[in-house]
Design a protein. Structure first.
Length: 595
């Protein structure tokens, strides 16, 4: 090569990488290993990062060049790390089998290097086997450039991560084996004879018999809100007794970054006597919404602002199967900390209904349903008659509002312990505001509000007898990848044919949730909860070339098959090689982010 050509090539390369040379380099070394962890009073071997359980919080500023050296010190397992919600090149996304990434072998290392193109609250976790459940997860916080708040209402004197997670005494491998033996292995909240008697008194013998027969034929339980029970719920790796505590001074504004890093758990979150203002969802700023509580699905994040006036507040995140709480406290640093935690009374557990399967209304109306029209093969969970089901689009918020208005039972006191009905019924007290998906409105207008050019149907189903979970009728190992054209505007239509809610996560890009807001105001989400028996839609601008995972973020659902590959390729040559990006959408600008 001539000196002149060499100089030209070198000059081109230096220009290509010039933005990186101007950015601040933020470097981390993460050593993944196993160590003894004592969470529940019994030392157990679990995953550690730099000797810690849980993994350390990583902090960046928007515009930084992130350089993260991951060292696999495990003796006999590959590992990986996925940066959940970040916009980055496919190879850096960290999913083995995607974009040429093969995972990190024992005694091997991998250097993740990418430009930080967003700000907000995110997290990172393993994408290898069940390592996420076993402790390989941590928070990832990206501050705006110069740590200047995105908007005036986000100015805070204190800033805390509140990471919720579920810890099990059984290893992830053994949990999966148990579920494969029987999908009902962990169902310890089955209904009793007393529940049947109560239903007879309420609905009559005939309606009760028809209802119970239908559930038996579906091989499902009304109490099947969670596949796995026996969890201890943690805040920032601490049990309720260990009591994670954030300090404040009265009248300070405090930002709480809630991250649901659970393998399998949904939580209803509240701070009694303290109003919360939601300012961000999945790392993306939203117009402020004052709430008393919110439900957070696995892998979702919400930032809230609080202004504590008193001395002591308890953060209470109750699992939706009502099997326990993650608890932490906010405490006035000017006062001695004499308060211990108190375990709240559980709210009533909710029973699933035929409405949760898209089969009309709930409870007493079960007796009026046309069960005779449904043969056994149609009702079997693995062979559901989808055509007969009501799949009219309904977002999470509408579903919640419908259940709340339909059931006065939601206002019963917890001490009654009478069940309530419908997956979305959180038993929110009368007069309290629970966040709805329809409340979420992007802080700044969406730059792409085009109508959809095409629709991608993503049908969620499963076979409980063999504990298989599927997208469009196929588990991941049997499925053809989904493919879309680069730059295309697509409607993603999530149709949930199952009795369980699925937090559906898309790597590499943000979706705009169709939640009743106008196209320019729809919120960005990287994880969307699709309630049982419902259809939820989202818009997507396919502006990141590569192979992107799309999957249920309930770990054992993903592991059992509810995952696929979404390929974004050039129209002309179907290449997934990097190309110049189109004009930056809002989630990549100075004040925005991804899933």
């Amino acid at each position: 090569m001539s000196a002149k050509i060499s100089a030209a090539v070198i000059g081109s390369i230096s220009l290509l990488f010039a933005p990186y040379s101007w950015a601040a380099i933020k470097e981390y070394h993460l050593n993944i290993n196993q160590g003894m962890v004592n969470v529940t009073g019994k030392p157990l071997q679990r995953m550690t990062v730099n000797g810690q359980f849980i993994a350390p919080t990583l902090e960046f500023e928007e515009g930084d060049e992130a350089v993260i050296h991951v060292h696999n010190q495990l003796k006999n397992q590959d590992t990986s790390l996925h940066w959940h919600g970040l916009l980055l090149p496919g190879l850096m996304d960290g999913v083995p089998g995607f974009n040429g990434f093969k995972g990190i072998q024992p005694n091997g290392s991998f250097e993740y290097r990418f430009k930080v193109r967003q700000n907000g609250t995110y997290w990172y976790h393993a994408h290898s086997k069940g390592q996420e459940q076993d402790g390989l997860y941590g928070a990832l916080v990206i501050y705006p450039k110069g740590k200047k708040p995105v908007a005036a209402h986000e100015q805070a004197e204190r800033d805390y991560v509140v990471m919720l997670s579920d810890f099990h005494n059984t290893t992830s491998d053994q949990i999966m084996k148990n579920l494969k033996k029987s999908a009902e292995y962990y169902q310890n909240q089955r209904e009793t004879v007393a529940d049947v008697v109560e239903q007879v008194q309420r609905d009559g013998v005939k309606a009760t018999w028809q209802d119970r027969s239908m559930w038996n034929r579906m091989r499902m339980l009304k109490t099947d809100l969670s596949d796995v029970t026996g969890y201890t719920f943690l805040v920032n790796g601490k049990t309720p007794e260990q009591n994670w505590t954030g300090l404040f001074k009265p009248n300070e504004k405090v930002r709480l970054r809630f991250i649901n890093a659970s393998a399998m758990s949904f939580f209803d979150v509240r701070i009694p006597n303290l109003k919360m203002t939601v300012v961000s969802a999945d790392g993306q700023p939203v117009q402020p919404i004052a709430v008393d509580e919110f439900r957070i699905g696995a892998a979702e994040t919400y930032d809230v602002m609080v202004e504590p006036q008193g001395n002591h507040y308890q953060i209470e995140a109750e699992s939706i199967d009502r099997s326990g709480f993650a608890i932490g406290t906010l405490h006035n640093q000017q006062q001695p900390q004499t308060h211990g935690i108190h375990m709240p009374t559980p709210r009533p557990r909710s029973l699933l209904t035929m409405q949760d399967m898209g089969h009309g209304t709930v409870s007493a109306e079960h007796g009026n349903m046309q069960h005779a029209q449904m043969g056994q093969s149609e009702i079997d969970h693995s062979k559901m008659n989808h055509a007969a089901m009501n799949h009219s689009p309904m977002n999470h918020a509408q579903h919640q509002q419908m259940d709340h208005s339909a059931h006065a039972a939601a206002t019963k006191t917890a001490s009654d312990q009478q069940p309530v009905y419908g997956w979305a019924n959180a038993s929110t007290p009368t007069g309290h505001k629970a966040l709805q998906y329809s409340d979420l409105k992007a802080l700044t207008p969406q730059p792409d509000s085009r109508a959809a050019e095409s629709e991608l149907v993503i049908r969620l189903g499963g076979t409980m007898e063999r504990y298989l979970w599927t997208i469009n009728g196929k588990k991941f190992s049997d499925a053809e990848p989904l493919q879309v054209n680069y730059g295309e505007r697509i409607r993603l239509k999530f149709i949930n044919d199952s009795m369980m809610a699925h937090p559906m996560h898309l790597h590499g890009m943000f979706m705009q949730l169709e939640n009743g807001q106008s196209a320019v105001d729809m919120p960005n989400k990287h994880t969307i909860v699709v309630p049982p028996g419902q259809t939820v839609t989202a818009m997507l601008t396919a502006d990141e070339l590569g192979e992107w995972a799309i999957h249920c973020h309930l770990l054992y659902h993903m592991s059992a098959g509810m995952m696929n590959k979404l390929i974004v390729a050039n129209v002309a040559d179907h290449s997934t090689a990097p190309q110049p990006a189109p004009s930056a959408p809002a989630n990549k600008g100075e004040h925005h982010a991804h899933h």
